[in-house]
Design a protein around this ligand. Structure first.
Ligand code: HEM
Length: 414
């Protein structure tokens, strides 16, 4: 059979495979030559960094699963065994624990970058929506995984969070026992959470695939928020972005190593080194840091008319993520990047302050100043998306956009 050459001097085996399954041509087009705006900054490396932490979670998770026992009487001890007896087990576990924190940190910055530069605006709405789906999947996976070591916080976090479903009128209680596999958090809960935690990894991998395919259709936005007009306003992904992302990944991995080797438990809860005890509630039930802002929203809502505080909190917490799905349509401004939206830029930083305040409030008991801060920051969080974005977009006087990326580079504005 005559094999059609694709040009260049590729090894014959590559030609042979490519004629039958054009993976190399595809890689060349979608990775090697993929045109990236030449003015992207390091915030555009966060997607690659998030992907690396996801890969670390997958690999370490598979090895942890080889030694973990999903049974309520053995789970805690099996994790301790991993830490003490399994060769490099402590490293696997610390990488998995801290990898989750770094994965969330990377994705949060990635998401905020999108909000700042208007990367969700047409034609990137679907790309953004896949991102929000990823966030939901990550949260589900992190919650399920946190239950597995069967420590005090695992047990009580599972109890508190699954109990939230009981706030749903009519079907709530039925739903809770259906999720738990019984009337309280017990062995059936642990085994199903383990199965689902493992499954979620593959769901996330698939959605990352869709996210990146969508990205490759519409291509990357850039800090100016204007599309490249000609080929000289872009550079091929390889070697330019390979080198740039590679450098950013190394810096992120250094930070990750500092935590993993020198402060492996800093981001976790000491109470989770005590085995689960259904008869003793810890004094202060608190989730991992990446859930603090949402936990604050959950507890910030008071009794409102016929909606009691519990149901109101559940609705508010769910809405705080669901609202992100609608951001492409809530933001009415024709200009993408906050660089040319001076008033929006101010509001963006207020949003960041509100999220930080929510994080602080979520880490503390819901009383006194923490409760008031949580209420005020929750109000701003929703006002930002539901009031500021739609109204400001119509009224704000934006700065003049540069004629092109090249023009901005030449004038020093890029
Ligand atoms: C598992 C988590 C995620 C992974 C692995 C991931 C991966 C990536 C990668 C590799 C890119 C291209 C490089 C870059 O622009 O940084 C990208 C772009 C993008 N992602 Fe994500 N992403 C994740 C979650 C999210 C979330 C939660 C959102 C927002 C809700 C989001 C929104 C976007 C947008 C809007 C772009 C295009 C940005 C632009 O070109 O300006 N992603 N993502």
């Amino acid at each position: 059979m005559k094999v059609k050459s694709n040009g260049g001097n590729r090894p014959r085996i590559v030609e042979w495979i490519d004629a039958r399954l054009p993976v190399f041509t595809y890689l060349q087009r979608e990775y090697g030559e993929f045109p990236m705006p030449r003015n992207v900054n390091y915030l555009w490396s966060l997607g690659a960094i998030a992907s690396v932490f996801f890969a670390i979670l997958m690999v370490t998770g598979i090895f942890l699963a080889m030694h973990y026992t999903a049974h309520k009487d053995l789970a805690f001890d099996s994790v301790e065994r991993i830490m003490r007896d399994v060769n490099w087990g402590w490293l696997l576990r610390y990488m998995h624990m801290n990898g989750a924190s770094f994965f969330f940190a990377a994705v949060y910055i990635h998401l905020l970058r999108g909000l700042y530069y208007g990367s969700y605006k047409a034609p990137r709405e679907l790309l953004w929506i896949f991102g929000v789906v990823l966030l939901l999947c990550m949260m589900a996976s992190a919650f399920l995984g946190y239950v597995l070591p069967w420590g005090q916080m695992s047990y009580w976090a599972a109890t508190v969070i699954t109990n939230l479903f009981s706030a749903i009128p009519l079907v709530g209680d039925m739903l809770v026992s259906w999720i738990l596999g019984g009337y309280s958090v017990d062995n059936p809960t642990l085994t199903r959470f383990y199965a689902l935690h493992y499954l979620m990894a593959f769901v996330i991998a698939a959605v990352i695939g869709l996210h990146v395919i969508a990205l490759h259709i519409v291509r990357s936005n850039n800090p100016l928020g204007i599309e490249p007009k000609s080929a000289d306003e872009t550079v091929p992904f390889h070697p330019y972005l390979t080198a740039k992302d590679g450098f950013a990944i190394v810096v992120a991995l250094i930070a990750f190593s500092l935590f993993t080797f020198f402060a492996p438990n800093m981001l976790g809860e000491t109470v989770n080194y005590v085995p689960a005890n259904p008869l003793q509630t810890p004094p202060h039930i608190v989730p991992e840091w990446y859930f603090w802002p949402f936990y604050a929203i959950l507890r910030a809502v008071p009794n409102l008319w016929i909606i009691d505080a519990k149901l109101g909190g559940v609705i508010a917490m769910g809405a705080s993520i669901l609202v992100l799905f609608f951001v492409p349509w809530l933001d009415t401004s024709p200009v993408r990047s906050a660089r040319f939206r001076p008033i929006y830029r101010g509001f963006f930083w207020v949003l960041i302050a509100a999220i930080v305040a929510l994080g602080w409030a979520g880490s503390r008991p819901p009383e006194g100043a923490a409760l008031w801060v949580a209420k005020a920051a929750t109000l701003y969080y929703f006002a930002h998306f539901l009031v500021v974005l739609p109204l400001l977009g119509r009224r704000e006087k934006t700065l003049p956009l540069p004629a092109s990326i090249s023009a901005a580079i030449k004038s020093g504005a890029a």
